[in-house]
Design a binder for this molecule. Sequence first.
Ligand code: FE2
Length: 365
Amino acid sequence: MSDTEFLPINGTDFVEFYVGNAKQAAHFYQTAFGFQPLAYAGLETGLKDRTSYVLKQGKIVFVLTTALIPESPIAEHQKIHGDGIKTIALWVDDARKSWKETTSRGARSYMEPQTIIDEYGEVVLSGIHTYGETVHVFVERKNYFGPFMPGFKKWEPSYRPAETGLKYVDHIVGNVGWGEMNKWVNFYGKVLGFEQLISFDDKDISTEYTALMSKVMANDNMRIKFPINEPAEGKKKSQIEEYLDFYRGSGAQHVAMATDNIIETISQLRSRGIEFLHVPDAYYDTVIDRVKEIDEDLETLKKLRILIDRDEDGYLLQLFTKPVEDRPTVFFEIIQRKGAKSFGKGNFKALFEAIELEQSNRGTL
Ligand code: FE2
């Protein structure tokens, strides 16, 4: 029996962001990323304290939630962290068992198992705490046939910009505080039965100024991959430290979303105003020596500033957005895998040098 048999996970169910203004955030994710409207909950559905918009693209579901009253814990979360990821929901067949197995292994309960029902069936939810104020909610929806879950109505605006080719969540990275990486690696190992995929230390990921340590935890079927970052000593402040300062603690740093055609996706996102990290020209002078033969035209990749990396299984193409809120915290990664199972380690140095240029522009390096 494999270690993770006590917690089978089918995939990421949804990612919930607590934001300052869900109506405007929904417009941003529709217009800029091409997410499609799915469901809504708010005053019109009987809620008094919050509003949520649910958007979907491929298998990716985002829930954007804002507080309607200052006493709400959602308002408190937003005040402390700014716009950020509260919930990384995991799709399971048995939410009661998932809760029992994880809490009995030491997880702190966030939500005891509960069944919610409407005319489309029932959903069972439960939840546990993870790093910072982030939580995992287990979602059991095998007996549900509505748009999202009970409590939400269909959201059907006429405004529907086209999708941009985003298919599924590839991985979600957590930034944790100094000396905490191994604690959370052990948490995912012991409490959720995940295995460590790849490990690299601060010698692997460092530039002249900044450094970090990172370990990747994944579940049995590899549909859930959680790299965990912790800052490492460098000459100047690392981007992980900058995140921790502005987020006021540990939290989710980026969601990587997969596409089958990164050239098309990045072209679309750029034309819709998404800003990406600057990749220096010099990157493209040496990249082919590192990654060897690729299917794509290098000039096109250079024009779009797409990054390339290779591992023993193949290669990958990726690019990182700038933070999508005013605090330099949460951002997105667009990734296309062509065999590679890793996370772009070879790009980290090039990437960090690019990030440091941004940091130095903000005066926070
Ligand atoms: Fe990533």
